[in-house]
Design a binder for this molecule. Structure first.
Ligand SMILES: Cc1ncc(COP(=O)(O)O)c(C=O)c1O
Ligand SMILES: [Zn+2]
Length: 421
């Protein structure tokens, strides 16, 4: 049974009914636009025994805003916490894991959001799902809408082609492209106003976050991490951050568990960002975040927003967190290192978490003994274009084994004789 009772502004605490999931806080709008977050009956967060074992996100249905009996599911959640010993050694750390969200049904952590969002939409009788996305969020919305038998409209922008757009279309979504990325939100908002379309993605300008019901799905990341660590929590959780949906919600997941008596504390959160808006916000102490224009295009397009959100800033402040900017070169380097050392190839945006951690380890903010989890939000096949430009073309060889050996040596420096047992 769901214990959700309403929505509360993350900044001023003003209460709204659950039906206000399609707005930001009216009180804060002119000062520091802020997201609403789901408020639960106190009974939900009373100490209680651990959940029974099992796999999947819906095990945590009692802590979510949608009843498990209304689930639209593709088997999401229950992803592994994969140790990264070689990369840890490079960083001078003893304990490092990746929460591997590349294994979600559509290949990214956005499935946790879309699954709860589309389930809530169907429960409320919505007929159309809408999303403003150039990538993972749209692919996830398309899959869950298809699963629910609902129409799905996605507004994307020119130049955002690539695998996730193909994925959206293959999954039956109606994809429309506008010239500039900022032109998407007014269109989406018009559909919400005029026809009651249910948005799983951001819907306000400036963006405060995605649908507050949907983003509760990310709390399950925290529950699963703690469970995999035998109901302890890491010292640090590092997340690639765009609008900070996952950052804000994972913190709530960790605080839920303290209230439930399952764990004792909340980890320090790290926002790996590319523009640096959150870092500037933390430094200034203001609640309104600056718009930080990038000098050159980022390769981590999924987290390319120039302005952070209050919900992300708040999550960092409340968790003694830090924001770190990751450059294109750092992201490419750590993306390649993680792939070669550990067999885990991430989308550039996801690899930003490792690029940020590397800086904190070097600065000794993260100590060798600290236990660290990075969120591996999506896999390399979501955006292979940048890796392809870095990798030399595949050499062609004749049907001649000696010629193949010569090419292995010349191109890859591999000496077959030296490597034979
Ligand atoms: C791969 C990947 N990582 C991280 C993010 C950041 O998302 P959030 O809005 O939760 O900060 C996104 C968002 O699109 C993404 O696609
Ligand atoms: Zn408010």
């Amino acid at each position: 049974m769901s214990f959700a009772t309403g929505l509360r502004c993350t900044r001023c605490g003003r209460l709204y009914p659950l039906s206000s999931y399609d707005r930001d806080c009216l009180t804060c709008r002119d000062v520091a636009p802020s997201a609403l977050a789901v408020e639960y009956d106190a009974a939900m967060l009373a100490p209680r025994p651990l959940l029974p074992g099992g796999v999947g996100l819906w095990r945590f249905g009692d802590l979510l805003p949608v009843d498990a009996r209304d689930a639209v599911s593709l088997g999401e959640g229950g992803t592994p916490l994969v140790p990264l010993p070689r990369v840890a050694a490079r960083l001078g750390l003893d304990h490092l894991w990746a929460k591997d969200e590349t294994r979600e049904p559509t290949g990214s952590f956005k499935d946790r959001l879309a699954c709860i969002g589309v389930s809530a939409a169907r429960q409320r009788g919505a007929r159309v799902i809408v999303s403003s996305s150039s990538g993972n969020a749209g692919a996830a919305a398309a899959a869950y809408a298809a699963r629910a038998g609902l129409a799905c409209i996605i507004f994307t922008f020119e130049g955002a082609a690539g695998p996730p757009v193909t994925q959206m279309r293959a999954l039956g979504a109606m994809v429309l492209s506008v010239e500039r990325s900022e032109d998407r939100l007014p269109l989406l908002a018009a559909g919400m106003r005029r026809f009651g379309w249910f948005s799983t993605s951001p819907f306000t300008q400036p963006v405060v976050g995605s649908n507050p019901l949907a983003l509760e799905g990310y709390k399950t990341l925290a529950y699963e991490i703690a469970e995999a660590m035998d109901w302890t929590v890491p010292d640090w959780c590092v997340l690639p951050v765009c609008y900070g949906d996952a950052l804000a919600a994972i913190r709530r997941g960790f605080t839920d568990m303290v209230a439930l008596g399952w764990t004792k504390r909340v980890p320090r959160l790290v926002a790996a960002e590319v523009a640096g808006s959150l870092g500037a916000g933390l430094a200034s102490g203001d609640d309104a975040l600056p718009d930080v224009r990038l000098n050159a295009p980022t390769i981590a397009t999924s987290i390319g927003a120039s302005r952070g959100t209050f919900q992300a800033l708040d999550a960092l402040r409340r968790s003694s967190g830090v924001a770190v900017t990751a450059s294109n070169d750092q992201i490419l380097d750590w993306q390649a290192t993680l792939a070669r050392d550990e067999g885990m190839w991430l989308e550039p945006a996801a690899a930003a978490s490792l690029a940020a951690l590397a800086q904190l380890a070097e600065r000794k903010v993260v100590k060798p003994n600290d236990r660290v989890v990075i969120l591996a939000t999506a896999g390399g096949l979501k955006d292979p274009s940048r890796a392809e430009t870095k990798i030399a073309p595949v050499p062609t060889v004749p049907r001649d084994f000696d010629a193949a050996l010569t090419t292995l040596r010349r191109t890859y420096g591999f000496d077959a004789r030296a490597e034979s047992a």
